[in-house]
Design a protein around this ligand. Structure first.
Ligand SMILES: Cc1cc2nc3c(=O)[nH]c(=O)nc-3n(C[C@H](O)[C@H](O)[C@H](O)COP(=O)(O)O)c2cc1C
Length: 170
């Protein structure tokens, strides 16, 4: 039985990668053997007992690299516990969080075989200065924001660690 946890992420501007790294760091602090990788770097899941997948929402969809990851690793993911987090809301508005939650649910429903152990929405980051075409056209006038709640992110990772000790305990 593989004993390590894979924390993998899709990202366009890096904010999801930073969240994935913090989750991996927290798991490591709790004694979990963990590897953090871009979904683009993952060849297979053989060495991992659990998968944590993170991706941002863009235009009501999960980042395409995450969708491709789910398709590519269908069989292996079906055989492992999978935990999914998504970044999205760029304000701390409850409605925005609910909307993001619905978007994530809808996206994951496309994968009828996928039954995540947990899903989680975290606030995201927007830096309008860095947006490239065509996103700069409709998001470029927004104010910069970063509503990633690092306390909530670490708390979620600590909860996961407690669960993982029973699944991938060395
Ligand atoms: C053009 C654009 C479209 C976005 N669309 C959504 C969306 O539909 N739903 C949502 O919750 N967040 C949306 N966001 C917010 C992003 O998910 C957020 O900025 C996230 O932190 C980006 O992650 P990344 O830095 O890893 O690429 C959008 C952001 C941009 C720039």
């Amino acid at each position: 039985m593989p004993t390590s946890v894979l924390v993998c992420y899709a990202t366009r501007y890096g904010s999801t990668e930073e969240v994935a790294e913090t989750i991996a760091e927290t798991l490591h602090e709790h004694g979990i053997e963990v590897v953090v990788r871009s979904v683009l770097e993952v060849q297979n899941l053989d060495q991992y007992g659990v998968v944590v997948l993170g991706a941002p929402l863009y235009m009501f969809h999960l980042h395409k690299d995450a969708l491709h990851f789910l398709t590519r690793h269908h069989a292996a993911l079906e055989a492992r516990p999978v935990f999914i987090f998504a970044l999205g809301p760029i304000h701390t508005d409850e409605k925005e969080f609910q909307g993001a939650s619905q978007q994530l649910e809808k996206e994951l429903a496309k994968f009828h075989w996928l039954v995540p152990e947990e899903t989680k929405i975290f606030g995201g980051k927007l830096d309008p200065q860095t947006l490239r075409f065509p996103y700069n056209l409709f998001m470029g006038r927004q104010s910069a924001s970063d509503v990633r709640d690092w306390t909530a992110i670490r708390a979620w990772a600590s909860d996961l660690a407690a669960q993982f000790h029973t699944v991938v305990a060395p």
